[in-house]
Design a protein. Structure first.
Length: 198
């Protein structure tokens, strides 16, 4: 992505990580898709609702990322309400805030349920996934809103696009790694279960 922007190599737009349906975005869909598949399997295998709750969160993230849902719905809402931008924030951005709030309610409810159903040694999984989720929100929403203010102004546009999308990709990779690590340990008893059997 950076070599393409700086040296003019890899002229195909698909090499830019901020291009919808490009190579980087497609890899992101695959990673989130792995979470949607593996987390429910962990829920069944470990008989723990925590992982089912995290799977719902992963599904919301995948849906939003793959279909640019909050951007599209935000634009439709802004047009329907006649919202106009101010202070560098577009009407579409105001509409996005509404859908971010709706996503936030779903995600927070699922995270709270995941905590409620987490047990023993898997309480650490909840905390680690929670930290990564906060980081993902930071890159995907906070940095994105700052990026909107400098679109078209180089080098800030490139810098913030790289931080936003690159940060999301790194965090999603860490989420997948954490989930697969837990999968590798499914034959090990939970710390709480081990204590109760002792």
């Amino acid at each position: 992505h950076l070599v393409r922007a700086g040296a003019g190599l890899f002229a195909d737009w698909n090499y830019a990580i901020d291009v919808e349906r490009g190579f980087g975005e497609t890899l992101q869909y695959v990673k989130l898709g792995w979470l949607v598949v593996i987390l429910p399997l962990l829920a069944v295998r470990l008989r723990s609702g925590q992982f089912a709750c995290w799977a719902v969160i992963a599904l919301v993230l995948l849906y939003d990322d793959m279909f640019s849902a909050r951007e599209r719905y935000g634009q439709v809402l802004a047009l329907a309400q006649g919202w106009e931008g101010a202070f560098g924030i577009r009407g579409q951005d105001l509409g996005e805030f509404v859908f971010i709030g709706l996503y936030g309610v779903v995600v927070l409810a699922c995270a709270a349920l995941a905590y409620r159903y987490s047990r023993g040694g898997d309480r650490r999984f909840w905390w680690e996934m929670g930290v990564l989720l906060v980081a993902l929100v930071g890159f995907g929403i906070v940095v994105d809103m700052i990026h909107v203010l400098v679109i078209g102004q180089e080098p800030w546009d490139l810098l913030l696009a790289t931080i936003e999308d690159g940060g999301e990709m790194v965090v999603a990779s860490l989420m997948v790694r954490l989930t697969f690590e837990r999968w590798d340990r499914t034959d090990q008893p939970l710390a709480g279960a081990a204590r109760s059997q002792a």
